[in-house]
Design a protein around this ligand. Structure first.
Ligand SMILES: [Zn+2]
Length: 87
């Protein structure tokens, strides 16, 4: 009888240890998940600091020829052929 009793106690202990490990693992994963969520929230909150100025800088500057009235980019303006064209 003592052998059976010993086996029952070992099974109960094994189940207890397994349960403890499972609980610890679940809690650990939960904390990891919460930590990731907090990090994602922090990143999302910090992102709007990037200014949308780049597009404005890269936009082309157009100049109008006051003789022929055509619009050209300021850094690549060419003469339209008229003698009084400023470009
Ligand atoms: Zn012109």
């Amino acid at each position: 009888m003592t052998g059976d009793e010993g086996r029952i106690i070992t099974d109960a202990m094994f189940t207890k240890i397994l349960l403890t490990i499972t609980v610890v693992a679940v809690v650990w994963c939960g904390f990891k998940f919460l930590g990731r969520l907090a990090e994602l929230k922090h990143r999302a909150a910090a992102k709007p600091d990037v200014p949308p100025q780049r597009q404005a800088v890269e936009a082309e500057v157009l100049v109008e020829c006051r003789v022929c009235g055509t619009w050209q980019s300021a850094h690549a303006a060419k003469s339209c052929g008229r003698t009084d064209c400023p470009y």
